[in-house]
Design a protein around this ligand. Structure first.
Ligand SMILES: [Zn+2]
Length: 87
């Protein structure tokens, strides 16, 4: 694994912490979409209320400005349940 992968995984964890789920069944998820060390989009899971229930991967995809760069992109995605205290 390369340093950049580790960096994006850690960043995905930080983004997951931004989730504010309204119920325990909604996991905390963060996603970083990148090609090499170039980030195309970042996102976290919504709260679960109507209009704010999108998945992190979907949110990250929506942030992509130049979709021609999506070919060959990878996504680092991390999740945990609210009750867990460790990653
Ligand atoms: Zn998802």
């Amino acid at each position: 694994m390369e340093d950049v992968d580790l960096r994006f995984m850690r960043e995905a964890i930080e983004w997951a912490k931004l989730c504010k789920p309204t119920k325990p069944s909604i996991p905390l998820v963060g996603a970083i979409l990148a090609t090499g060390d170039n980030v195309l989009g970042r996102g976290h899971r919504g709260s679960g209320i109507l209009g704010d229930d999108d998945h992190a991967e979907w949110v990250a995809l929506q942030k992509v400005q130049d979709r021609s760069k999506l070919s060959g992109a990878t996504i680092d995605r991390r999740r945990r349940r609210m009750q867990e205290t460790r990653w």
